[in-house]
Design a protein around this ligand. Structure first.
Ligand SMILES: Cc1ncc(COP(=O)(O)O)c(C=O)c1O
Length: 392
């Protein structure tokens, strides 16, 4: 009999009832050190007192307001994002997938308005992940995501990650209107696009007028040690997808764009019942207040250095289990020699939570404010898990 919850997930037998900072507490009281943060969502950890306060205060005033009316919290968050980024404008969504939908629509509308409606093609890369909607799975193009869901939305050109020659050739196609990529692939196995490649891609886009769409759903909002990952390369996109960390655990996403890229998105071209609701935007504003603070980002970089150093030590201790550490900031991956699922499972037995990714990688995406002592404890527990794996 089919379970009452549609069985699209292989869930671990863990039952959490409470969260505190970097810890999740199971119903039997066992404390687990959470190095996943709900897959890069709980940017400030669980139950951060400022977020709880802002959410409950807002809940006491007003939960929902239609986008037919002015939503002051939405305006304030849009102003804050525009102030701190390349963007001139923001549209709020409830998830990364919805942000992907709008990014694709915006790119198409841009070329329609420019009277070049043939420029519908969007270049994407192997290993990418942009969500689970029909547009997002077509964008990713992987068999795992698309099999059985055809016919797929046409218009995506899939290239091999890191194949510069193929990219240069594909950009010559006059029907290409945009390139979509994650500066750091998350689900794809914590694969960082080097700064010089992002710069080169920006140049290629500029030469042909092609829109550069960055998906910073997982790597954005302080995760890599800058507010947004592309800042490391000194470039800016035309359109950017954001979600996950921006809401600190409340469902919130956004598309940020330049005025030029967003020019076609006039009244009536897009909408969302819940997008930009007062609860989500009040929380998002408080997350921004913390994460956009340069001192906070400095601390993320310092903590990232500490975690990376400890993980390098773990790899050196267990060269038979691990190939190396990869990633940027607090978005780190352990490339495994044993099945990554075995390490995740062994971690559960040691009460430390990690999450797998493609390319046999185990991801570590802790809260951005994780205490140093929890970093040390997490790696000690992973060391115990590794020793247990070796012992068989
Ligand atoms: C890079 C990236 N884009 C898009 C998405 C989809 O976001 P959501 O699950 O909020 O729809 C994800 C989710 O993991 C992601 O990592």
């Amino acid at each position: 009999m089919i379970p009452s919850v549609l069985p699209t997930y292989n869930r671990a037998p863990l039952h959490f009832t409470r969260g505190e900072g970097s810890w999740l507490i199971a119903r039997d009281g066992t404390r687990y050190l959470d190095m996943t943060s709900g897959i890069a969502v709980n940017a400030l950890g669980h139950a951060h007192p400022d977020l709880v306060r802002v959410l409950t205060e807002q809940a006491g005033r007003i939960w929902h307001l239609s986008n037919l009316y002015d939503i002051p919290q939405q305006q304030a968050l849009a102003d804050a994002l525009v102030d701190k980024t390349f963007a001139d404008t923001a549209f709020f969504t409830n998830s990364g997938t919805e942000a992907c939908e709008l990014a694709v629509k915006m790119a198409r509308k841009y070329w329609h308005e420019k009277e070049q409606p043939d420029r519908v093609k969007i270049i994407t890369f192997s290993g990418s992940f942009h969500g689970r909607s029909t547009a997002a799975i077509a964008a990713s193009g992987s068999e795992k995501m698309t099999k059985g869901f055809g016919p797929l939305l046409p218009g995506f050109v899939h290239l091999e990650f890191g194949d510069h020659d193929a990219l240069r050739a594909a950009m010559q196609d006059p029907q290409v209107g945009a390139v979509l990529l994650e500066p750091v692939q998350g689900e794809g196995g914590i694969r960082v696009v080097p700064d010089q490649c992002l710069k080169g891609l920006r140049d290629l886009c500029d030469k042909t007028g092609t829109l550069l769409i960055l998906d910073e759903v997982q790597c954005g909002m302080g995760r890599t040690g800058r507010l947004f990952a592309h800042e490391w390369a000194g470039i800016t996109p035309d359109i950017m997808m954001v979600a996950k960390g921006i809401g600190g655990g409340f469902p919130l996403g956004a598309v940020l764009a330049t005025e030029a890229a967003a020019a076609g998105m006039v009244a009536g071209t897009h909408g969302s019942t819940y997008g930009g609701n007062p609860l989500g935007c009040a929380v998002g504003l408080e997350v921004m207040r913390h994460v956009a603070d340069p001192d906070f980002l400095d601390a993320v970089n310092r903590k990232a250095g500490l975690l990376r150093q400890r993980l390098e030590g773990l790899v050196a201790t267990h060269p038979d289990l691990f190939e190396g550490v990869r990633g940027l900031g607090l978005m780190l991956g352990l490339k495994c020699k044993v099945p990554n699922t075995d390490l995740v499972k062994a971690g559960h037995a040691r009460h430390v939570l990690t999450v797998g990714a493609a390319d046999n990688v185990v991801r570590l995406l802790p809260a951005l404010n994780i205490p140093d002592s929890d970093i040390a404890e997490a790696v000690a527990r992973l060391d115990g898990a590794a020793a247990q794996l070796k012992a068989g």
